[in-house]
Design a protein around this ligand. Structure first.
Ligand code: AP5
Length: 221
């Protein structure tokens, strides 16, 4: 099953992708995490992506599509994927359709989490991440047990470089301009399931699981 998580920066895509992966045994493919890993490994791709990420802009489609295509060609992705942060433009969505079609697959469901901008900003400002396992915390909504330390890896948490106030606002504006049109793209295909993303993490998770189960049982999204 191939699932796409759609939502603005801070909507909870990473949080929910990890939780969904515990229910549905599918790998999570996060384009943002792939870029951050490339950056940490000081690859050419990472250096290229950094310029855009620091500005809160999208990395060009051809670079992003090639990176995701390479990742989903790996054996662990053969039975399906939870896509987090990809696609983000109509061109990326069309490329994903083509990539999956070559393997006799298609996007089965797009889970769109609707969250208002002031809530997004509050979430991004309070986010802390584990550099080792990528687990995401929030100072108020999902705090770690010992402040500043990952519960699982016991290493110091960090705040993402693109979570400055200025870059956050730019990322949200870019989302509204370039990614929000994907709601119509997938709605027209009958693939969009819309969820109130302002509920608690657990309530959003339950709603998403319900939507996925409805589709895997053959029901409507
Ligand atoms: P990316 O890493 O994908 O970032 P993003 O889309 O901006 O999304 P975030 O990771 O910021 O938010 P999220 O929705 O995952 O929320 P999270 O679960 O962390 O992209 C970064 C950059 O990479 C882009 O700007 C671009 O430059 C580049 N890029 C990536 N993909 C690309 C693509 N396809 N094309 C081109 N460029 C690309 O939650 C946020 C916080 O809220 C956390 O603290 C969490 O604990 C908390 N939280 C989550 N859910 C709830 C809830 N229900 N209630 C209360 N708090 C909650």
């Amino acid at each position: 099953m191939d699932l796409v998580l759609l939502g603005a920066p801070g909507a909870g895509k990473g949080t929910q992708a990890s939780l969904l992966g515990e229910v549905f045994p599918l790998p999570r493919v996060s384009s943002g995490d792939l870029f951050r890993a490339a950056l940490a490994n000081q690859t050419e791709l990472g250096r290229k992506a950094k310029v855009y990420m620091d500005r809160g802009e999208l990395v060009p489609d051809e670079v992003t599509i090639a990176m995701v295509a390479e990742r989903i060609a790996e054996p662990d992705c053969a039975q399906g994927v939870i896509f987090d942060g990809f696609p983000r433009t109509v061109a990326q969505a069309q490329a994903l359709d083509d990539l999956l079609a070559r393997q006799g697959r298609r996007v089965d469901l797009v889970l769109y989490m609707r969250v208002a901008t002031p809530v997004l900003l509050e979430r991004l400002a309070g986010r802390w991440t584990c550099p080792q396992c990528g687990r995401v915390y929030h100072r108020v909504y999902s705090p770690e047990q010992v402040q500043g330390v990952c519960d699982d890896c016991h290493v110091a948490l960090y705040q993402r470089a693109d979570d400055t106030a200025e870059t956050q606002s730019r990322r949200i504006a870019v989302y509204l301009e370039q990614t929000a049109p994907l709601q119509d793209y997938y709605r027209a295909k009958g693939l969009l399931a819309e969820v109130d993303g302002e509920q608690t993490i657990e309530a959003v998770h339950r709603a998403l699981v319900e939507a996925v189960r409805a589709v895997s049982a053959g029901g409507a999204a």
